[in-house]
Design a protein around this ligand. Structure first.
Ligand SMILES: Nc1ncnc2c1ncn2[C@@H]1O[C@H](COP(=O)(O)OP(=O)(O)OP(=O)(O)O)[C@@H](O)[C@H]1O
Length: 257
């Protein structure tokens, strides 16, 4: 059984704006799948629908066999635990009034029943748990007592990732997580996501307008244009002749060719 099955998902905002048009995709557990397309192609709409923040008109979504959005309160809660999100703008995603350790522990505070496997000892202090998560994303433990304004953009995105992985989700949706970072830091964040994916076997759905980022991280790539999947392929087939013209244009613009 696929972890996530999306069948003929259609979403319109108005008659003339079809954000997603019969979008279908099956995702196995583990690995990283990339959704790439230019601005307005429907990428964020897809992310919002998957998180239950937006309704859709037609089609269906199944997560581990369960209809999304789940109708029962408990199923909805389980789903929100198992599917986490990293947003583009880490600054607005982090509460400026809270120290980093409190920000990181927000999901674990909301899901007190979750006992993450990375906590090996009993009786660890909350700060020690947060410090451990910071180390998992490559930040020093000393960062726990800082506030978001004392961190760089890349460090803030690492904190967002630490918070998102704290509940050990099966699916991590990343919506343009590197778009507002400079190129070197983008690369570091992509490396981090790759490492975490390999270590934890979570599935990453990586959404980006940047085919370079997508091809660096993902082995399977879906190309979206005006809400329609125009191409999908394995990374190893990136330069195959039969790539869709739009994919070739994205490659050209990114100076990959
Ligand atoms: N709340 C909304 N009301 C009306 N139209 C919307 C709304 N949200 C998105 N759209 C439209 O739906 C289409 C898809 O938008 P979406 O934000 O999903 O694209 P995107 O690929 O994520 O773009 P970007 O990379 O610029 O964020 C666009 O034409 C957009 O104008």
């Amino acid at each position: 059984m696929k972890t996530l099955t999306i069948e003929k998902l259609t979403k319109s905002y108005a008659k003339e704006t079809v954000a997603l048009d019969e979008f279908s995709l099956g995702i196995d557990q583990g690995g990283c799948i990339g959704i790439v397309g230019e601005s307005g192609s429907g990428k964020s709409t897809l992310a919002r629908i998957l998180l239950g923040l937006e309704s859709f008109d037609q089609g269906q979504i199944l997560f581990k066999g369960l209809q999304i959005p789940p109708k029962k309160k408990k199923d909805y809660r389980d789903y929100r635990r198992d599917v986490q999100m990293v947003f583009q703008d880490a600054t607005s995603a982090l509460n400026p009034k809270l120290p980093i350790w409190k920000i990181i522990l927000e999901p674990l505070d909301n899901f007190k029943e979750v006992k993450p496997s990375f906590i090996k000892e009993d009786g660890l202090s909350r700060k020690a748990v947060a410090s451990h998560l910071l180390e998992m994303v490559g930040l020093e433990r000393e960062f726990v007592d800082r506030y978001p304004y004392q961190l760089s953009g890349g460090q803030k995105q690492r904190v967002s990732i630490a918070r998102a992985i704290s509940l050990e989700p099966s699916l991590l949706i990343c919506d343009e997580p590197t778009a507002s970072l400079d190129v070197t830091v983008q690369f570091q964040i992509l490396e981090l996501l790759k490492k975490l994916q390999e270590e934890t076997n979570m599935t990453i759905l990586f959404i980006s307008h940047d085919i370079r980022a997508v091809t660096f991280l993902c082995e399977k790539i879906v190309v979206l244009k005006q809400g329609i999947i125009v191409d999908h392929f394995h990374m190893k087939d990136l330069y195959k002749k039969n790539r869709h013209l739009y994919t070739k244009q994205l490659i050209k613009v990114a100076s990959l060719s």
